[in-house]
Design a protein around this ligand. Sequence first.
Ligand code: NAD
Length: 350
Amino acid sequence: MKIFETIEEMGHEQVLFCHGQNPNIKAIIAIHDTGLGPAMGATRMLPYVNEAAALKDVLRLSRGMTYKAACANIPVGGGKAVIIANPEEKSDELFEAYGRFIESLNGRFITGQDVNITPQDVCTIRRQTSHVVGTSEKSGGPAPITAKGVLLGIKAAVNFRLQNQGLDGLKVAVQGLGNVGGNLCKYLHEHGVDLYVTDVSSEKAELVASLYGAKVVAPDEIYGLDVDVFAPCALGGILNSDTIPLIKAPIVAGAANNQLESEQLHSQALKSKGILYCPDYVINGGGLINVYNEMIGYDETKAFQQLNNIYDTLLEIFAIAQSAEITTYEASRHLAQERINKAKSLKTKE
Ligand code: NAD
């Protein structure tokens, strides 16, 4: 990979390669854009097949964080970090060394937990730097607020696509009944929605069926249901050339990260089928809103006010997509870039 060519094309400000021998550490911190504020992004630990794969992951994810924060109207920029290691190689020394690298950035990068990083690991990193988030229990974790954000997103999509103000009597299919999906089912049930659900865990599916009267279907049946909304809340990559032809719902709106297997190809495939897709990083922005509010001193009222932005931002994205005849995915990128450019031009004038 031609590194400077790639980061120029993707718009990264800085990429820090962190290396140490005692303890042995290899990590990459990517700062995509600090136009709106310090770069924020969680750290993941994975034994990548090679260094190029780690670099590709961190560059893509950090850019995604920039757009996510801009769409959530949160004054932070986009960043991400990867520690190239097997989680079995975890040690206090490794996380402390990693913490010193974060501290060297003097607040330009703020991190938290992602794949294979536990709250305990974040506490170890915190011994060397204060630029970490997500160890506080004040908000009760990000899943309930993420689910509330998804509910707002579904309302916006139903309003735009079905010209329906409420959700009462609508049919929604939820894939994945974990922390977010389970909470989402609760909120949808409170709004009078008929639920169709699936999970690879039959225990979770039965629980949601008994709590909210949901109808349980097999995991591969969830795509083809005759419902108003399909809400993916399990895995990434589930909107692909195999599943999109099966989808009958006019709206796809769910919490899962990286739902589109190929962002360009599959967002276009959804548009061609007349399906309104809520870009995942916009509709699931509640998690970031939660972390940001923990950072500035958690205030539930403020956090929920910010969450309402998800509804308005999605309506704006749908309108841009419709008038410019582009996908909602492209429209979300345009909107995010516009907000970042505006913030930068205001800063230059100051
Ligand atoms: P989770 O692990 O608690 O739940 C995921 C659920 O999906 C599990 O119950 C699992 O059994 C089920 N599942 C896995 N494979 C499945 C399949 N093939 N078919 C049906 N069900 C399947 O995770 P979560 O915290 O609820 O997050 C769900 C998604 O939302 C993830 O993609 C996550 O990255 C994203 N997300 C979560 C948050 C948050 O606040 N937790 C924030 C933003 C985005």
